[in-house]
Write a protein that binds this ligand. Sequence first.
Ligand code: NAD
Ligand code: MG
Length: 405
Amino acid sequence: MNTGTAGATPRRIVILGATGSIGRSTADVIARSPAGMFEVDAVAGGRDAVALARTARALGAKFAAICDETRYSELKAELSGSGIEAAAGANSVVEAARRPADMVVAAIAGAAGVAPTHAAAMEGRVIALANKECLVCAGPPFMRDAERRGARLLPLDSEHNAIFQALGERDVASIEKMTLTASGGPFRCWTREQIDAATPEQALAHPNWSMGAKITVDSAGLMNKGLELIEASYLFGIEAARLDVLVHPQSIVHGLVSFADGTMIAGLSNPDMRVHVAHCLAYPERVATAVPRLDLAAIGALTFEKPDFARFPALRIALDALAAGGAMPTVLNAANEAAVEAFLARRISFADIAVIVAKACEEAARRGEDRAPDTIEDAMAVDHVVRERVAAILAERSRSGMVIK
Ligand code: NAD
Ligand code: MG
């Protein structure tokens, strides 16, 4: 891999999910980095042709892929005269992921990121992985294929990035515990009744982080932390018993590693994803960011508390899925994506998200559909079935006006 250091050949980057929150953080880090350090080869996005074209031009990309085929002519028109090649459809996003590059930033939201991120892994790329759903949906086959093809995963999710840095070259087998912190989200001090009745606006008002809608809703119910524990177990190859969560409302300490002698090493920064993006992009070197430096004296106190499973049932459901293993994380991920979408569309309450996810997991276990997916295709097939099942529950509910029990 090109180190991207001054004087060397630029490090060639592909950004999947370039128009999203992580994609914009990536573009910002690259734009502020020394000339010649990075070169963006390709960008890919979901639907917003105008934003994708703007990003492609600003970054000097050669190829821009949009998943929604109906946006092809719009993308082409927006790119006219730029010399940037436009492409559309899910296959074009995979094509972007496969282009020769030193690093692929995997920042598509949800299981939509599985196929393109997997394609990059099959090319043996270095992948800066933000798309946690990729591992929750298809962890074992994804990790196996990445290893076989010599791909390297750099954790971009802040907690995993902090743990990766704290761990250094040490063997995961030699450590006692990994701890991921959670901000506690906007509902940290709310009662269960208030949380259950929360609106999309309330769930989207995250106190510390500015992120895409799906992850913000996940964070409000602590499902995000559950997904991240599953992500950590596959990414680092660590079992659930050595994974822990601490609620830390300041979001300054992102992750901690505990050792047998009683030492803990933590990763700290201001809550700004550009820190973690920069770490991955320049790895193993460092690149300066515009992120304000951490002023611990000004912050004064860092506090930690245990998560409350009674008010945040999604965290328990996710931990149960991790313990059950097999296809259960895949089921959990698919049901959660479908439920969050329904919540954002105001079809269900906030409380219904966890109820629907639990119901989907129970149903899969009852039908004996919990066998671990052997391949990415197996995982996507489970994902598909579960989404259809959730859609049927939602349709039935809107017909009968019944509350989901
Ligand atoms: P976002 O919704 O802001 O952006 C998602 C991006 O994916 C957009 O560019 C969208 O156009 C693109 N996209 C969606 N469907 C696509 C498809 N089928 N093909 C191609 N592109 C598609 O989301 P985000 O907050 O940037 O999060 C992205 C991923 O990173 C998620 O998995 C999230 O959990 C993870 N993550 C985000 C943050 C954060 O601070 N935002 C932090 C840690 C991890
Ligand atoms: Mg995170």
